[in-house]
Ligand binder design. Structure first.
Ligand SMILES: Nc1ncnc2c1ncn2[C@@H]1O[C@H](COP(=O)(O)OP(=O)(O)OP(=O)(O)O)[C@@H](O)[C@H]1O
Length: 220
C-alpha cells in the first residue's frame, strides 16, 4: 500500500516564555507522491523537527490539514502510525533490550517468525554484527542511531520519518547508512520525509525544500 501526502494551509505556533506566540509554520502546503523521497533543510531553530512531528501525527495539528491517502482512500491516524517508521534525534530505543532485541521487537509484533534473523541481517548491513548482544545503553551515539535506522527499515514502512538520520555519524559511515536507507526505502516503495543539515544527503532525494519563515520553498 503506497501512501501519498497532502498538506494544506498548515499553521503552528508556540507560546514563548513571555507569553507571546511565535509562528513556526504558516499557511504551509505540500504534496508528496507515494514513494517519493523528500528532504527538508533550513536554519537551526526554524521549525524543521516541529514540522516533521506534525506530518508524522506526533504533534497535534493546530490548524490546517495533513492527509495521507492509499490510492484515493484517506487514512486515519492509527492506520498511518501502523504503516510508519521513525528515526528521531532521541533514538527511542528500549534501554533494557540489546541491539538485536530492539530491532526484532517490531517484527515480532507483526508476527514475523524469523524476526531474529531479519534483525541480524539489518544490523549486519549497518555494520553492527559485533554489537548484536550489546545493551543499547552501551553503544555509542552513532551505533544507537544505526540500530534505530535498522529498526525503522526492517518493517518496510510505507512512510519513513527521519530527523537528522546521519547527525551522529562520521562521513564514511553516513554515506553507507544513507545508501542503505535510500535503497531500502526504494525497494519497499516507502515515502521518505527527512530533515537534515547535510546538503549531500538533500541532493540525493527526489525533492529538497528549504523551510524559511514558516513555508517550504523548493531548492534548485
Ligand atoms: N514544545 C515546544 N515548546 C516551546 N518551544 C518549542 C517547542 N518545540 C520547539 N520549540 C522551539 O521551536 C523552535 C523550532 O524548533 P525545532 O526543533 O522544530 O527547530 P529545527 O529547525 O528542527 O532546529 P535544529 O535544526 O536546531 O534541530 C525552536 O526555537 C524551539 O526552541
Amino acid at each position: 500500500m503506497a501512501l501519498s501526502l497532502e498538506v494544506s494551509d498548515l499553521n503552528h505556533s508556540i507560546k514563548l516564555h513571555n507569553g507571546t506566540q511565535l509562528a513556526l509554520i504558516e499557511a504551509l502546503s505540500l504534496h508528496i507522491e507515494a514513494g517519493e523521497h523528500i528532504a527538508i533543510v533550513g536554519a537551526s531553530g526554524c521549525g524543521k523537527s516541529t514540522l516533521l512531528s506534525l506530518l508524522a501525527g506526533l504533534t497535534p495539528v493546530q490548524s490546517g490539514q495533513v492527509t495521507y491517502r492509499a490510492k484515493s482512500q484517506a487514512l486515519n491516524s492509527s492506520e498511518i502510525l501502523a504503516h510508519s517508521g521513525f528515526v528521531f534525534q532521541q533514538f527511542h530505543l528500549l534501554p533494557e533490550l540489546n541491539a538485536l532485541e530492539n530491532v526484532a521487537l517490531p517484527l515480532q509484533l507483526r508476527g514475523h517468525r524469523d524476526a531474529a534473523q531479519q534483525a541480524t541481517h539489518w544490523l549486519t548491513q549497518m555494520g553492527l554484527e559485533q554489537r548484536l548482544t550489546h545493551n543499547v545503553t552501551q553503544l555509542s551515539g552513532g551505533e544507537q542511531q544505526r540500530v534505530a535506522i535498522a529498526r525503522a527499515l526492517c518493517v518496510r514502512p510505507q512512510v519513513l520519518f527521519a530527523d537528522e538520520p546521519t547527525g551522529n555519524l562520521d562521513e564514511t559511515t553516513a554515506e553507507h547508512v544513507i545508501d542503505l536507507m535510500l535503497s531500502g526505502a526504494r525497494q519497499s516503495g516507502t515515502s521518505l520525509l527527512l530533515v537534515t543539515h547535510d546538503m549531500a544527503l538533500a541532493k540525493r532525494v527526489d525533492k529538497a525544500f528549504r523551510l524559511s519563515h514558516g513555508r517550504l520553498m523548493l531548492c534548485q
